[in-house]
Design a protein around this ligand. Structure first.
Ligand SMILES: Nc1nc2c(ncn2[C@@H]2O[C@H](COP(=O)(O)OP(=O)(O)O)[C@@H](O)[C@H]2O)c(=O)[nH]1
Ligand SMILES: [Mg+2]
Ligand SMILES: [Zn+2]
Length: 433
């Protein structure tokens, strides 16, 4: 069967939109080294004129090629991007708010839970691009020695999490590396027959928080342009960075982060900075609210859970709806998630009112989700002075909720308690807007 290709696609590195016939191929012959947009060591990218009978391009030295690249930034384009629509979700927050830990725990849990509860296969769409995240997952969740103290390296402003390209000759541009995953209904899913149509590529960016500190970079810098294309913006709010929260938590938790007085970022300002970049890149007036839903991911809930008494924010709010025909639809308890969101908003409005006002000014649709990427506090390692935690104690809370709630809005892949009788038999048309 011939693959059905999208007519237009968007590069996850530089967000250039292009037609599938303009996609470049990556030469494999060892003589064809040196690409003008990349480096002298990178294989040449080219527009092919010769193909094998199987449809693979042949480079000018006669070697068969497999891999594709973007016509603008020349970075790799995974094959799956030609077949399925991509959804961008951007994660923003101040430095050390917990973005990298959250993303790592979330990727790990989505891999484990989506299959079991939601009959969805979650896999790396581009293992090369995902390697930083995969190695972070390894670090936290796949340690041979469970008693080892583990930690994640800080996300660099440049380096391993960014690719350097020359979009203009002689002018280096850093592009953030996307994490790309394929989400596909499995044979058990109620909509298994529509699996090909329902398959989507999820594209996530872990931004170094410094990029969002006002004045840190030119607003036109491409590093944050994905924000405007994001279907859902996730803002990571870290209560331990706020002096008022720290005062409330004194005596309730011994987390060393509550004592680190140097860290005091104005999270409302970073949120407003994010919003102004979204407006700028999408050509919106400065006073207009953002069109995409905004999720406020309130992190490190292991430290402050006692401020939401009577609410279970540890066990996932999911259930499995098994149909008579054996089909499975994972269901998210939207009512519970929204009730927790309301209570959390009220708590923040009491302690950090200016942040909640900034949120209300920013977006029309807002959800507050408590998460703990680790379920446990880090401790200061004496020898290095660094914050680390014991691998065996890591047990994330609610980390997949911001994503699963979002998936439930997409169509027919995830159900919700709100509409138990919803018709899930038809496959929706994936919208490419
Ligand atoms: N108690 C607690 N600490 C966390 C949690 N997630 C991250 N941290 C700590 O927060 C610090 C910053 O996390 P990181 O993900 O690197 O922040 P980023 O700069 O936003 O990427 C690390 O030292 C972690 O130990 C959590 O869920 N609970
Ligand atoms: Mg980070
Ligand atoms: Zn590109």
């Amino acid at each position: 069967m011939r693959r059905k290709l999208l007519s237009k696609l968007q590069c996850p590195h530089c967000w250039n939109k292009f037609s599938v016939e303009d996609v470049l191929w990556i030469a494999t012959h060892p003589d064809l080294r040196g690409d003008p947009v990349l480096s002298a060591d990178d294989p040449l990218r080219f527009l092919p004129s010769r193909f094998t009978t199987a449809g693979a391009a042949i480079d000018e030295r006669g070697s068969t090629c497999q891999s594709l690249a973007c016509p603008r930034c020349h970075l790799g384009i995974a094959n799956v991007l030609l077949e399925h629509p991509t959804r961008i979700l951007s994660i923003v927050g101040t430095p050390s708010s917990g973005k990298s830990y959250f993303l790592t725990s979330c990727a790990w849990q989505l891999r484990q839970r989506l299959g079991k509860t939601f009959a969805l296969a979650f896999s790396d769409a581009d293992p090369v691009s995902n390697r930083v995240l995969t190695s972070n997952e390894q670090q936290l969740f796949l340690q041979d020695d469970p008693e080892k103290l583990v930690f994640l390296e800080k996300t660099q402003l440049e380096g391993s999490a960014y690719d350097t390209v020359q979009l203009e000759p002689g002018q280096a541009t850093n592009l953030p590396q996307p994490y790309l995953f394929t989400i596909r209904p499995t044979a058990q899913h109620v909509n298994a027959r529509g699996a090909t149509k329902l398959t989507e590529v999820l594209c996530l960016y872990d931004n170094a928080g410094e990029h969002f500190l006002p004045g840190s970079e030119s607003p036109l810098s491409p590093t944050t342009q994905h924000l405007a294309r994001s279907k859902n913006l996730l803002f990571v709010f870290d209560p331990t960075q706020d002096a008022r929260f720290r005062a409330r938590l004194r005596g309730r938790s011994t987390d060393p982060q509550l004592g680190q007085l140097a860290r005091a970022f104005r999270q409302d300002i970073v949120l407003l900075e994010m919003a102004s970049r979204v407006r700028l890149h999408s050509g919106m007036p400065a006073d207009e609210k953002l069109r995409q839903p905004l999720t406020i991911v309130v992190t490190k809930s292991d430290i402050w859970a006692s401020l939401l008494p009577g609410e279970n924010i540890r066990t996932d709010p999911y259930a499995i709806d098994e149909r008579d025909d054996g089909g499975v639809l994972g269901v998210v308890d939207k009512l519970r998630v929204e009730r927790v969101s309301d209570r959390l908003e009220a708590l923040l409005a009491e302690i950090v009112p200016e942040f909640v006002s900034a949120v209300r000014d920013t977006a029309l649709r807002v959800l507050y989700v408590p998460v703990s990427a680790t379920g446990v506090s880090p401790q200061i390692e004496n020898a290095s002075g660094m914050l680390k935690m014991r691998a065996s104690q890591i047990d994330p809370w609610w980390v997949t909720v911001p994503f699963i709630y979002e998936f439930s809005r997409w169509g027919k892949v995830v159900g919700s308690t709100r509409d138990p009788n919803a018709d899930t038999s038809q496959t929706p048309i994936a919208d490419g807007t």
